[in-house]
Design a protein around this ligand. Structure first.
Ligand SMILES: C[S@@+](CC[C@H](N)C(=O)[O-])C[C@H]1O[C@@H](n2cnc3c(N)ncnc32)[C@H](O)[C@@H]1O
Length: 301
């Protein structure tokens, strides 16, 4: 087995994630290991949120292309294991885009949905994640969205809307009739962020860019962590890459679990967690508005 693929277990304690954190804070358990063997060592029902983005079988540097049948089989094995680990009130969020072959696209959420339904899970949202940057296609429209399938195990699941509300469009709007006429009609805490999330993807000039071609923006995972878990819960990412899910969990006092087969990515994940402990990790604020270039930079307007 090449050295970079060797199994390595690392435990870190995030006592000093931010200056106000007390001792006994959240822990991060990150391993360089295949996810099936990593997950088999974890307790059933122990994970409140399992959030991940698997390989898409498109020949990225961290994957080998395989037949679609084999890819689906591998996903089925991983999904069976995450379902075993899912807390009764917990959620699975599977973030995917398209498999592309010979110019034809195969939406992975469509292909993988039945695998979750085979386990009796219930789909709560199919979140559309839109972003501004990517390849410019010549023979189809350029892809600028991916999806997150959010499943729960039962009807009784954790969902905290208030921590993830976003500013209302018309905060001063008032009821125009009825008993509340003249009173502010919108929630002062803000509105539901909806199931369409416009969050920049992590490209070269993004503050979070590390040595991974397909990082999660930390803010995207933070929204899921805050809404689908409570303080002290466990969050697992079985394809953790450079640790974005762990960072989102630790920032909000949740315990982080994850693994990746590439030791280089795991090392980067641990370094990022250390930076977080030291208060030196830069992340894009979860609700920062999308940058709009001024008209003079838009070319002739
Ligand atoms: C799309 S990337 C995830 C990136 C991650 N969301 C981040 O923010 O860095 C998929 C990752 O899965 C890892 N991977 C592929 N097969 C794996 C397996 N069987 N077990 C664990 N990790 C695996 C790859 O090395 C890659 O880093």
């Amino acid at each position: 087995m090449p050295a970079e693929r060797a199994k390595k277990r690392v435990n870190t304690t995030a006592n000093n994630v931010l200056p106000f954190r007390k001792k006994g804070g959240p822990t991060a358990t990150i391993e360089c290991e295949d996810n099936l063997s990593f997950m088999r060592a974890l307790d059933p029902g122990s994970m409140k949120l399992i959030v991940t983005s698997p390989p898409y079988n498109i020949g990225k540097e961290y994957e080998e292309r395989r037949s679609q049948e084999r890819y689906i089989e591998e996903q089925a094995a991983c999904i069976a294991e995450v379902v075993r680990l899912l807390h009764p009130k917990g959620s699975i969020c599977w973030q995917v885009g398209n498999h592309v072959q010979g110019g034809e696209i195969f939406p992975l959420d469509v292909l993988l949905y039945p695998l979750f339904k085979n386990h009796g899970l219930q789909l709560r949202n199919r979140i559309v994640w839109t972003f501004g940057h990517g390849l410019h296609c010549q023979k189809r429209f350029s892809g600028r969205h991916e999806t997150i399938l959010w499943f729960t195990k039962s009807d009784d699941y954790t969902f905290n809307l208030d921590p993830v509300r976003v500013p209302s469009k018309y905060p001063e709007k008032k009821h125009f009739k009825g008993p509340n006429k003249g009173k502010i009609s919108s929630n002062p805490l803000g509105k539901n962020p909806t199931d369409v999330w416009d969050i920049p993807n992590v490209k070269s000039n993004h503050v979070e860019k590390a040595d991974h071609p397909c990082q999660f923006p930390v803010g995207l995972v933070e929204r899921l962590v805050l809404s689908l878990t409570d303080t002290g819960d466990n969050v697992l990412d079985p394809y953790i890459g450079v640790g974005s899910s762990a960072i989102a969990a630790l920032k909000h006092q949740r315990h982080a679990y994850g693994c990746d087969t590439d030791y280089g990515y795991v090392k980067t994940a641990l370094a990022r967690i250390e930076q977080l402990h030291a208060g030196k990790l830069r992340t894009r604020p979860m609700d920062k508005p999308i940058y709009q270039p001024p008209p003079k930079n838009r070319g002739g307007q």
